[in-house]
Design a protein around this ligand. Structure first.
Ligand SMILES: Nc1nc2c(ncn2[C@@H]2O[C@H](COP(=O)(O)OP(=O)(O)OP(=O)(O)O)[C@@H](O)[C@H]2O)c(=O)[nH]1
Ligand SMILES: [Mg+2]
Length: 323
């Protein structure tokens, strides 16, 4: 659709969703969207890339930018995650800083200030997980905000929400839409993200690996697509089937055995669960073939990192090339 073909009353806003790992950023986006687009698990560092998730309410387009949780680390992989989060604020009209009220609150503000390491535009604080704290409405959040504003002058106002119970979600959505300015939509043709289906396939497989695997294994797993074909349905040529081969990369041979599981039970479960979600996305049958490959220290390998959408960060380690 051409810009001039857009409705003259269109409004738009881009909102970056920021905060520490596991505070509920992706959950909030899914709740606002009303679908399970972006991946959520109970483990920190689930989200690894910045990307757009699009919500359209009447003539207002809200582009929510999901980001990895900001945290301190000297590891190359984590530096790249943080860079994604920092870049997620580029072009945003508004930032939401999510703070988990079931954890130490003020500490999260000071860690955020340190980790974001840049000046921010207008930012609203969203206190999450109100359902986890008894009488959360009695918390002295106004006083907390005064202290937080001394650290981060960009903070404008706050909301107290629960993604699980839906508390104050309507208020937050309404306030975001009210903040939108007249202007063209970035996704006038109904796209829900700037990432393609291949990306979400890898995310849905990794989500199940995160859910089902324990200890360090989920963090040492990456998913890459080997082949992705759409073929006409055998029974009904009007429909399409997706034929997908993907590899789950692990760091060590012992992890390969864990991801495969006894008699292949683990890889089978990851496949069954992720296939269901992929079928909802594609709207047709999916044939999913999963392999597990040992790729030692893939999280330090620039080629793999680039492939999973994590290019170098500003503070990336220097690469020494042999002459
Ligand atoms: N009780 C409760 N749990 C929540 C709430 N919001 C999110 N969670 C849970 O918190 C965990 C982390 O949620 P995510 O949405 O993945 O958090 P995130 O901030 O995107 O995490 P990263 O991607 O790792 O940075 C999941 O187990 C969610 O179900 C909430 O409002 N209340
Ligand atoms: Mg997330």
């Amino acid at each position: 659709m051409l810009l001039e073909d857009q409705h003259p009353h269109n409004k738009a806003i881009m909102v970056a969703v920021l905060g520490a790992p596991n505070v509920g950023k992706s959950s909030l986006i899914n709740v606002l969207l009303g679908t399970d687009l972006t991946v959520v698990t109970n483990k920190p560092q689930t989200t690894r890339n910045k990307f757009h998730c699009v919500l359209t309410v009447d003539r207002t387009e809200v582009v929510m930018v999901d980001t990895p949780g900001l945290h301190k680390s000297n590891q190359e992989f984590n530096k790249r995650l943080n860079e994604q989060a920092r870049q997620g604020t580029e072009g945003a009209d508004l930032n939401l800083l999510l703070i988990d009220i079931s954890r130490e609150i003020l500490e999260q503000f000071s860690e955020f200030k340190e980790n974001i390491d840049q000046e921010l535009g207008p930012t609203w604080v969203v206190f999450t997980k109100s359902d986890k704290v008894e009488n959360s409405e009695n918390l002295p959040l106004k006083e907390v905000m005064t202290q937080a504003q001394a650290l981060l002058p960009c903070l404008e106002k706050f909301f107290l929400i629960s993604n699980i119970e839906g508390t104050n979600i309507h208020e937050l959505t309404g306030a975001i839409c009210d903040r939108a300015q007249p202007g063209p939509h970035l996704y006038p043709n109904g796209d829900v993200s700037n990432k393609n289906q291949r990306f979400f396939v890898t995310e849905y497989i990794r989500e199940q690996a995160f859910e089902l695997l324990k200890d360090e294994v989920p963090y040492e797993v990456a998913v890459v697509i080997d082949e992705y074909k759409e073929v006409k349905g055998k029974l009904d040529p009007e429909t399409f089937e997706s034929h997908i081969s993907a590899s789950i990369l692990v760091n060590r041979p012992s992890q390969r055995a864990i991801v495969i599981g006894s008699s292949g039970s683990m890889i089978k479960e990851i496949g069954i669960r992720s296939r269901k979600k992929i079928e909802v996305m594609t709207g047709g049958p999916v044939h999913l073939n999963l392999h597990v490959k040992v790729s030692p220290k893939w999280f330090k390998n620039n080629f793999v990192l680039e492939e999973i959408g994590l290019p170098r960060a500003k503070d990336s380690a220097r690469v020494w090339r042999k002459k």
